[in-house]
Ligand binder design. Structure first.
Ligand code: NAD
Length: 495
């Protein structure tokens, strides 16, 4: 096993994981995965070219029939083995998440806690129902449906929850008898790909079932292109920005290739007049500032009933002022660095533009090295980017509303529709309101940031489509359903 947390930069430039082997890339090219806190090289990682991507797809296609033909208990055993192995390696994974992606310790451990759950959920899928018998209007006809694996899936994942999102992207599809080629983000090739490849190899998954190819940002389109155009890849699974997701979906459309998309969000928390305000502040704070706001479900806008607006704002600002960004190597870190300079500049520009247009900064509002101060804004208007675009940083806007209709309209004032939350003393009202919010997931009296591996995670509108995550969604997305009908008795035909 590699020492993924060696104090010096890892040199793993011999390491694409193809057909069960660590394989050198094209002409020995490599790229750097940087530690966002220090800017130092965390790992030198192999750069895949078109021929390695082709090799990975070929290996997956070759392995798939044998993998699907294994008895379900044999497939399930490997997921259980991976879960056990993972628990033993959890600290290594957590440390690597901290160094490679600037995760705070708490966030890294939270991310790790989801992995054994997802692996065991996947194991359960191996013995799911594979078909059904339907009645027929025609005497003597037997209607049956069958589900079979689609074949090879191409999976592309982001850096913000790299370990969980890559695991989530592959395990259910594999459990259903598919094989995969995974391309993690250039910002998290180790935690989003290579450590997972090693885990799966050690857990006994056969060669070719999971293949991992890594590329720099510039070369990511080589993988995207291959996933779209190669007929051996049957479904493209993408988690990341709406912009890249839209590009992949557009490329897949003319050839009718299914694409499962989990994209960005612009997630509201609505605080009702009857809410417990301290609880509402905790919910909004967690929903915004976990992982510095770099989560697809992060709460960008808090909408507060006008009668409690001033008090809520005061309490949220007081709480936020207590959190100073720190190095995530410190276990107490809540607010760590942004992933890279590009992200930092984006957030800085959004806030500066809003302030220039009249927004008020209650706390934060400054960039400090790799960190952006946790920031609370008010007096935000519809023409500002902080209202329209996904912020993906530690900045939250707080806006009053006068009527429930106005709260719903402001919550829905976005093409996105991923997550939302409602804080109220009246859970029944919360549920009724939830039905009016355009979001795939609404949490009453909890944060916008919540996921459970077995639940149907997914967004509406610009937040994605084509399938839900979790075991049930995977059955729809990664199996082909066919109807086979047998006429057991002669049937009288009209001519
Ligand atoms: P991104 O879209 O920039 O990158 C995601 C992945 O796509 C990376 O692996 C990247 O290398 C790859 N990629 C980039 N260009 C490509 C191309 N032309 N062809 C093929 N692949 C390409 O997103 P990011 O910055 O890594 O992640 C942040 C975004 O992801 C945010 O918008 C966030 O909301 C979203 N996200 C969504 C979910 C969800 O479940 N809905 C979860 C996490 C993150």
């Amino acid at each position: 096993m590699l020492d993924w947390n060696a104090t010096r930069a890892l040199n793993i430039s011999a390491g694409l994981f193809i057909d069960g082997q660590w394989t050198p890339g094209e002409a020995g090219a490599s790229f750097s995965s940087l530690d966002p806190t220090t800017g130092e090289v965390f790992a030198r990682v192999t750069e895949a070219g078109a021929s390695e991507v082709d090799g990975a797809i070929e290996a997956a296609a070759r392995a798939q029939p044998g993998w699907a033909a294994l008895p379900p208990a044999a497939r399930a055993a490997m997921f259980y083995a991976a879960a056990e192995l993972f628990i033993g390696r959890q600290d290594q994974f957590a440390q690597a998440l901290i160094r490679e992606t600037g995760s705070g310790y708490g966030k890294a451990m939270f991310e790790c806690s989801q992995i054994p759950i997802a692996l065991r959920e996947a194991a359960g899928l191996a013995t799911r129902d594979i078909g059904e018998i339907l009645p027929s209007q025609v005497p003597g006809k037997y209607n049956r449906t069958y589900r079979t694996p689609v074949g090879v899936i191409g999976v592309i994942t982001p850096w913000n929850f790299p370990l969980y999102l890559s695991i989530r992207g592959i395990v259910y599809a594999l459990a259903l008898g598919n094989t995969a080629v995974l391309k993690p983000s250039e910002d998290s090739p180790v935690t989003g790909g290579l450590m997972i490849a090693e885990l799966f190899a050690d857990a006994g998954f056969p060669a070719g079932v999971l293949n991992v190819v890594t590329t720099s940002r510039d070369r990511a389109p080589i993988v995207g292109d291959a996933f779209v155009k190669d007929p051996r890849v049957k479904v493209v699974s993408f988690t990341g920005s709406t912009k890249v997701g839209q590009m992949l979906a557009t490329a897949c459309a003319p050839i009718f290739k299914p694409v499962v998309l989990e994209l960005g969000g612009k997630n509201p928390t609505i605080v009702m007049e009857d809410a417990d305000l301290d609880r509402a502040v905790d919910i909004a704070f967690f929903g915004k500032f976990l992982h510095q706001g770099q989560i697809c479900m992060s709460c960008d806008k808090v909408l507060v009933a006008r009668s409690v607006y001033d008090l809520f704002l005061e309490k949220l600002v007081a709480k936020t002022r207590n959190f100073v960004p720190t190095n995530p190597a410190e276990q107490t870190c809540v607010i760590g660095p942004l992933i890279n300079g590009r992200a930092l500049q984006r957030v800085e520009a959004m806030v500066n533009e809003a302030v220039a247009a009249g927004a008020k900064v209650h706390c934060g509002g400054n960039s400090r090295g790799p960190y952006y101060e946790p920031t609370v804004l008010s007096a935000v208007t519809r023409d500002m980017a902080v209202w329209i675009d996904e912020i993906f940083g530690p900045v939250v806007t707080v806006t009053p509303f006068d009527t429930i209709g106005e709260a719903v309209a402001m919550a829905n004032d976005t093409p996105y529709g991923l997550s939302a939350s409602i804080v109220t003393g009246n859970p029944m009202l919360g549920e009724m309101l939830a039905e009016r919010i355009h979001a795939g997931m609404v949490h009453v009296n909890d944060s916008t940031v919540h996921d459970e591996p077995h639940a149907p995670f997914g967004g509406l509108g610009a937040s994605g489509g084509g399938g839900k995550w979790g075991p049930k969604g995977a059955i729809e997305a990664y199996t082909v359903q066919r109807w086979i009908a047998t006429q057991r008795e002669p049937r009288t035909l009209p001519f």
